[in-house]
Every structure is written in structure tokens, then in C-alpha cells.
Design a protein around this ligand. Structure first.
Ligand SMILES: [Fe+2]
Length: 566
């Protein structure tokens, strides 16, 4: 059975499952180069079909993330009368009315746009936004024991926060809250107030928080956030009327509260606002999670939704919620909805065993021959290498900043060793070098290390395996001296633990680097410049190489170096 999962909206994405096995996942932004592309994911779907070696007519089920198909999405599909009726029936009455009013805007597309032509017997299924998040978390765990599932984001299908009981392949909703309980919106509004993009730059707010005093402005921010007590929403917050803005194909938001919070930041300090917001988020999420773990009498927790991209909040839950299992779906934001919708469709057809997610390398790959063609056509010099990991380790040990492009592109927001920029973490100044020369971003943003899984305990204090860089941990006593460039100002680091069997070339690189320098850790940051999506194909990588201060690019079995390189 072939199931195509589709998410059309902010961070549009597609996913193909064949008999429950993930064949491909990709976000539209990687192909269109529009960060958070919020349209119909036609390029991502095209890639998924190609990866599966199938045609749209071979799809048995198209699982659409969202309680109903977004207005304007169906014009990208060639649907049978029955399928059209299914789409219309799922749509609320108000939206059907809007559809009539917006006929011009939602009319036919130009003829050169190819529509996706599904077989008439292909079933169209709509899956609630938060059920997609919950399914993405629950069906990708390593365990099938009963657990609590918590989903938190800005808003999706009218829900911002939900708790579920996962048991025997079934997700039962326990409670849910709407926009008035949105901690994701609160944190996004603070991000906007600090001058960054809501739905994009929350990580910047989180990084700045480490430089502020979390207690100084707690009272001033109190009027701006919802509050949960004893597992339920005790103080709802009226967020006012947010406005949406589409810029270059990506959705952006403005909230009235951002103006007032901006004033607080100007009168006091941006770092203290960020720190207070982080403290509020952590306290609220921790309280909610603790209550429901106790109420469900379980120590097993699975999470998803964009709020769980906050690695410091995850850290607090890990250290303080007394959890035995702590699984955070690594593609936690809305780009993970396509997988969630597809997994729901698969598992709703009978009890099927979960398949643990061990990696996210489900994007496109390119052969050395394909890369050579690109380089030769442009007259760019390169040399082949028989041992890319050893070559890369040698460059890193010599202090070079390198692009590392291998195998299939990762899904989700993090580079996990296939589309990465790497540097040695041994010198504290390397963080500033990367921020200034390569990433062109704020100097306070930290970098994270990749560490061989078997070495993690030498760097972390009370940590655990963390294959996806989605939780930070306190560091062991001498870690700051050993690898200063990856320890944040608050004495934490956010690692990726790399398993030899999951990513052999990247593990070999870390191993070689350890042999050369004595430290088995390298800085791993996503292969992109600020404001752009992670690179997808060799051309994107080459553009980024020449547009930044990268010294070398190791792409498959080929090496490019700038003059003056190692
Ligand atoms: Fe979401």
C-alpha cells in the first residue's frame, strides 16, 4: 500500500510510505529555496514519487494534514467527481462559502502547471493537524509500551496544545486547548517583539535567553501568556487579531502583543525579555507534562509540535519530569505533518507494529557522476578522494571550515551529517569565526557538536543518546576546556550522538578527527546561510561554498578547496 502524506501550508512537505516503510520525506522549501514555503508541495511530491519509482496514479491513499483540504490546494489536483465530493464534504460550511467568494483567487491554474493526477480509486483522507503531530511522535518511538503524548504548537485546526494516551497502536485524546492556550504563539510573539520572525527565529530568542536574567521581567510578561495549572488551562490569553502576510511564498504573522512587548524590551533589556519568556515556557510545559504523566501513571513521554523544537525546554523536562522514556519527534514542526498524516493513515488500518525512526535521511541523493557534471559544466576545479571522512577530518584538524555533503538530504530542521557545515570545536574563537564568516548571524548564537554515540558520556552530565540534536544537556566538568566552541554561555550543549550503523561515513569522520586531535566531537551546523533553507542539491552546495567563507567542500568522493586552503 502506497500512502502519500501531504502538508500544504507553512513548512509544506510530502512523504511517501510503502507498506508502512518510509520511502521519502522532504519539505518544499528545499526545492523552491523559499524558507518555510507555504504553498502546495508539488516539488516535494514529485521527489517522493521519483524516489518510490511510482506515478501519482499508483498512490492508494493520499493523507492530507489538516481537518479539511486548504482552500486552493484542490486546484493542484486532478480529482474524480467522488474525490471532489469527499473534499467538499470535509470542508466546514464557512469555508465553502469563502470558496465561492474567492472564486477568482482560487480558480484554475495556468495550463503549464502540471496537476497531480490521482487514480479515481485513490482514497483522500484528512487528518487533524494535532493528530498528525501525535501520530508522528507515537509511531516513530523505539518502544511500543503505553505512553503519554503531548503536542504543542502555535495553532493547527484550532488547537494549540493537546494531550493523548498512546496505547496498542491507538491515540486517544485526553484534553485539548485552542488559541487561548497557545504557548507557541506566546513565544513567537516575544520573538517578533525582539525583531525576528515568528515561526522561524524562536531558536534565536532561546539562544539570547541564556544571556538574560529569567526573573527580572517575569511580572511584566505575565499579562501576555496563557497559564496552565493542575493539567488544565487556568488563565486563557486573548491574543487579539493576528495578521497574516505572505512574502515570497512564505507565511508570516504579526500579533498586537508584539508591540507592547517590544516596548518592554526597549525600556529594559532584550536578553531579560528572552530569558523571562524562556522561563515561562519551561515552567508551563513542565507543569503540564508532569501533571499528565502522574495522571496517566506513566513515565513514558512522546512529543511533537513546533514548541518541542525548543531544546532548553526539552532539557528541563528531561532533568525535572522524571521520565524514563523521552522521545521527541525530531521533525517536530509542521514539516513533520506529512509523515504524521501518512503514519496515521497506515496505522488506522489495523494494529501494526511501530517502526522506530533512527535517522531522517529521506531526501534526494546525488552520485559523484552527477556532481562531476555540475562542476565540469562550470569549469570548477576539484579532486577525487578515496577516503572522504579521512580527508574531511584532516581539513578540520588543520582549522578549516568545510561543507560536508554526503548521501540523502535530511528531513527536518537540523543538519545531521549529510548536509552540514563542520569545524573544529577545540578553539573558543571558532564560534565567532563561523558566525561572522559563514553563517552571517548574531554572535550570541551557539553551535552544537556531533559526537560518536559511544563517547557521549565523556562530554555530557546526566545525558542520554540524542541522535537528532533536539535536547540540550549540562556538560561534564572539563568539557568547556576541551571543546569550548560548542558549550553555550549557560554551561549546556546540544549534541547529536552519531551511531556507526546509522551514518557510517559521518561516524568515521568523527573517529578520524578524534585520532588526530584527541577530541571526538566536531561543530555541526546546517549547510546554509542565514535566512535560506538547508542546501539540497550540488548546485545549492556550490553556491553556498562560494558565497561564504567556507575553506573546502567535501561532496561525495570529491573535494573542492579555495586557494590558500589546507
Ligand atoms: Fe503544528
Amino acid at each position: 500500500m502506497r500512502i502519500l502524506g501531504v502538508h500544504c501550508g507553512h513548512d509544506a512537505s510530502a512523504c511517501l510510505l510503502a507498506d508502512g516503510e518510509i520511502v521519502a520525506i522532504a519539505a518544499e522549501e528545499r526545492f523552491t529555496r523559499i524558507k518555510h514555503d507555504s504553498g502546495f508541495p508539488s516539488a516535494a511530491i514529485g521527489f517522493c514519487l521519483e524516489a518510490g519509482g511510482i506515478d501519482a496514479r499508483d498512490i492508494d491513499v493520499m493523507a492530507v494534514a489538516g481537518a479539511h483540504m486548504p482552500l486552493g490546494m484542490d486546484r493542484h489536483l486532478q480529482l474524480s467527481p467522488q474525490q471532489q465530493a469527499d473534499v467538499a464534504a470535509a470542508r466546514p460550511v464557512a469555508l465553502r462559502a469563502a470558496q465561492v467568494l474567492r472564486r477568482d483567487e482560487l480558480g484554475d491554474l495556468p495550463t503549464f502547471v502540471q496537476r497531480l493526477s490521482l487514480a479515481p480509486e485513490c482514497r483522500l483522507e484528512h487528518v487533524h493537524h494535532h493528530r498528525c503531530h501525535a501520530a508522528a511522535a507515537y509511531f516513530t518511538r523505539r518502544s511500543d509500551a503505553p505512553c503519554l503524548v503531548v503536542t504543542m504548537d502555535g495553532i493547527g485546526d484550532g488547537v494549540s496544545t493537546a494531550v493523548w494516551h498512546g496505547h496498542g497502536g491507538t491515540l486517544t485524546p485526553l484534553a485539548r486547548w485552542g488559541r487561548e492556550g497557545s504557548l507557541g504563539w506566546f513565544y513567537g510573539v516575544v520573538t517578533e517583539a525582539l525583531g525576528w520572525q515568528h515561526g522561524d527565529s524562536e531558536g534565536t530568542t532561546m539562544a539570547l535567553a541564556a544571556y538574560g536574567d529569567p526573573s527580572r521581567l517575569l511580572d511584566q510578561l505575565a499579562p501576555f501568556h496563557p497559564a496552565y495549572e493542575r493539567g488544565t488551562l487556568a488563565v486563557p490569553h486573548e491574543f487579539g487579531r493576528p495578521t497574516e502576510w505572505i512574502r515570497h511564498g512564505a507565511l508570516h504573522w504579526h500579533f498586537p502583543d508584539a508591540v507592547a512587548i517590544r516596548r518592554i524590551a526597549q525600556e529594559h533589556s532584550a536578553a531579560d525579555v528572552a530569558a523571562a519568556a524562556q522561563e515561562i515556557l519551561e515552567r508551563q510545559a513542565l507543569g503540564l507534562v508532569r501533571h499528565w504523566l502522574d495522571a496517566q501513571n506513566t513515565r513514558r513521554l512522546a512529543c511533537a509540535g513546533g514548541v518541542f523544537l525548543n531544546v532548553k525546554m526539552n532539557q528541563r523536562i528531561w532533568y525535572e519530569a522524571d521520565v524514563e522514556e523521552h522521545w521527541i519527534m525530531p521533525d517536530a514542526g509542521d514539516s513533520g505533518l506529512a509523515l504524521g498524516a501518512a503514519l496515521h493513515a497506515w496505522h488506522s488500518r489495523g494494529e501494526r507494529p511501530p517502526r522506530p525512526l533512527t535517522h531522517l535521511s529521506f531526501g534526494p541523493a546525488y552520485s559523484d557522476g552527477a556532481v562531476r557534471d555540475v562542476l565540469n559544466a562550470r569549469g570548477i576545479a576539484y579532486r577525487p578522494t578515496a577516503d572522504a571522512p579521512a580527508e574531511a577530518a584532516r581539513l578540520l584538524a588543520a582549522g578549516k571550515v568545510i561543507g560536508w555533503f554526503q548521501g540523502r538530504m535530511e528531513a527536518g530542521p537540523r543538519a545531521l551529517g549529510n548536509r552540514s557545515i563542520l569545524m573544529s570545536p577545540l578553539a573558543a574563537a571558532n564560534k565567532d569565526v563561523l558566525n561572522a564568516r559563514v553563517k552571517f548571524r548574531e554572535g550570541f548564537r551557539p553551535f552544537c557538536p556531533s559526537i560518536p554515540a559511544e563517547r557521549a558520556s565523556t562530554y555530557l552530565q546526566g545525558g542520554r543518546a540524542e541522535d537528532f540534536m533536539i535536547t540540550s544537556f549540562r556538560v561534564a566538568a572539563d568539557t568547556r576546556e576541551r571543546i569550548p566552541a560548542v558549550v553555550h554561555v549557560d554551561g549546556t550543549l546540544r549534541p547529536q550522538t552519531v551511531r556507526r550503523d546509522v551514518n557510517p561515513p559521518f561516524h568515521a569522520l568523527l573517529d578520524q578527527f578524534g585520532r588526530l586531535t584527541g577530541e571526538h566531537a566536531v561543530i555541526n551546523t546546517s549547510f546554509n546561510v542565514k535566512g535560506e533553507p538547508i542546501v539540497c542539491n550540488p548546485r545549492d552546495a556550490i553556491r553556498c561554498f562560494f558565497d561564504t567563507g567556507l575553506d573546502a567542500l567535501v561532496i561525495g568522493g570529491l573535494v573542492m578547496e579555495k586557494p590558500g586552503g589546507a
